[in-house]
Design a protein around this ligand. Structure first.
Ligand code: XMP
Length: 509
């Protein structure tokens, strides 16, 4: 699979993944690499271009991340963004100073004539977020953008193919940013746009066929998009040599197990479905601490999976639905652990197999979905909202009982049904019900009640790292609330969560 590559060199900016996604939206393959990747490793990718991301540092700090100065001499086009621009200025003899007032937010910007401003209006809003600014461009560079506060908001040297922008063209708040990136990719780097999901799917299936030959593959299937697409891709490649194991841990959404089984039966996939609900719930009995719930589910999942796998004898390959953001994030070891997201990452230690296959490790979520559509996976499954590995166990706050799971499954089902009826499912990225551990007083007929409170949570987000609460129409919320208190036993109150992430997280536990 040979395709042109652009390297996104990560200096610690919060938008590194977004930059790579924007590049790929232009059908150009982008790979994120840490800023200190040796130059020969970068060059071994034969990059068509290199983009320096933003970052939280100031170029004058002694420990601040720097690029290998030889990178400017290797003839590969470079685009520096925000900190990336300041770094280029600093390393090539320009000057960077600290501003008395930071420039932050949507800012009217003059775009002067340059290759980056092709098809861009001359005055346009750009998203600024910086304390330092370039006070003098390096010799030989011309100024290509300017704002009232920042005279040098972009500079360029066409002969050296080095460009820089102080603002963030990758974010939606810079409406013409996509065009600017397009100009860099196609008019400066000379990319052809050869990264297409249709050819990726065909090439990957062929590569898997060649790699696996007549050997056996085992895949843990969660019913989520990633493991489903990975499984289907492998099924296309090696048919019945693939065995998928689906562990129903008893904390799935209503009807979920049946839906997953039905979807894959159609493809003739070799699927072993293990109903381990009682076992998991007995292990979770009395556990209230969220991280402990995750740990128990993660461990038990491995045990059950291992037991099934052993029945198959030696397996040559273990397949995982790892996707690119997992790869990038696991490369950044010093980020604080907010929640230990359970996935199948723990399996390799305990299952007897020879090699791991990760057919999706180069893809972002939207690309995984595009491949899923290419392979003919049902639309509902492809566009399924994310569902955490521990499932409803972390949506029943506090201790878990089968009765509570049952209440939550019903409430959650009603909420999802009302969202679907209203036709707003694809406008919301994740939505679900939570069974809080709060009871409250109510009145039903002439009786006083003292029942559970259900919280509804719905968010819009690009990346699940930050999220806004979804502005669901009141009548949809009203209908869901009415039905939940009427149709779900022991629920006396429904509330809607209107907290953004941060400071809250999407899940309640
Ligand atoms: P938070 O709650 O951290 O969630 O804002 C961000 C995204 O991650 C999902 N999530 C999990 N996924 N195992 C998973 O596989 C977990 O333990 C877990 N906890 C949260 C969450 O649903 C959201 O999509």
């Amino acid at each position: 699979m040979n395709h042109q590559t652009v390297i996104v060199l990560d200096f610690g900016g919060q938008y590194n993944q977004l930059i790579a996604r924007r590049v790929r939206e232009n059908n150009v393959y982008a790979e994120v690499m840490p800023y200190n990747t040796p130059l020969d490793v970068i060059m071994s990718k034969n990059p068509k271009g290199i983009i320096f991301t933003g970052g939280p540092n100031s170029v004058y700090d002694a420990t601040t991340p720097k690029a290998d100065p030889k990178i400017y001499e290797c003839g590969v086009p470079i685009l520096g963004l925000c900190y990336g621009m300041q770094l280029i200025a600093h390393q090539l003899g320009g000057e960077v100073e600290s501003a008395s007032v930071p420039e932050f937010g949507a800012t009217m910007t003059d775009m002067f004539d340059s290759v980056l401003s092709k098809n861009v209006v001359s005055k346009t809003m750009c998203w600024m977020s910086h304390n330092d600014y370039v006070s003098k461009a390096p010799a030989g560079f011309s100024v290509i953008a300017s704002t009232e506060a920042t005279k040098i908001a972009g500079f360029a040297n066409d002969a050296r193919k080095i460009y820089a922008l102080q603002f963030h063209p990758e974010v939606n708040h810079t409406p013409q940013g996509r065009q600017m990136l397009h100009n860099f990719l196609f008019d400066v780097c000379g990319c052809d746009g050869d990264w297409k999901m249709s050819s990726f799917a065909i090439d990957s299936v062929n590569a898997l066929k060649a790699k696996i030959g007549d050997k056996k593959v085992l895949c843990a299937m969660s019913g989520g998009v990633d493991s489903s697409v990975a499984a289907l891709m492998l099924h296309k490649a090696v048919g019945t040599q693939l065995t998928c194991v689906f562990v129903d841990h008893g904390c799935l959404r209503k009807n979920e197990g049946d839906e997953v089984r039905a979807a894959f039966e159609k493809f003739g996939l070799n699927l072993i479905s293990v109903d381990a609900g009682e076992h998991f719930l007995s292990k979770l009995q009395g556990i209230t601490e969220p991280e402990q719930k995750r740990k128990i589910i993660g461990e038990e999942f491995i045990r059950v999976f291992e037991k099934e796998a052993k029945k198959l004898g030696t397996v040559d390959f273990l397949a995982q639905g790892t996707i690119y953001p997992d790869v990038i994030e696991s490369g950044q070891g010093d980020a604080a652990v907010i929640k230990s997201h359970h996935n199948v990452g723990g399996l390799p230690d305990v299952v007897d197999f020879k090699e791991i296959i990760e057919p999706l490790r180069d893809l972002f979520k939207d690309e995984v979905r595009a491949v899923g559509e290419e392979l003919g996976l049902p639309h509902d499954l492809v566009w399924r909202q994310p569902f955490p590995g521990p499932g409803l166990a972390i949506r029943v706050i506090g201790d878990i009982t089968p009765e509570k799971i049952d209440i939550l499954q019903n409430a959650d089902y009603i909420f999802r049904e009302e969202v679907a009826i209203a036709g707003i499912a694809e406008d919301i990225n994740q939505y679900f019900a939570v069974l809080t551990n709060t009871k409250s007083v109510g009145v039903m007929g002439d009786e006083r009640t003292y029942d559970w409170t259900i919280a509804l949570r719905a968010v819009t987000t690009d990346d699940f790292m930050t999220a806004d609460w979804a502005k669901i129409p009141y009548d949809v919320l009203g209908r869901a609330s009415n039905r939940i208190v009427n149709e779900c036993a022991h629920v006396g109150r429904v509330v809607y969560d209107i907290t953004t992430k941060p400071p809250a997280t999407i899940e309640w536990e």
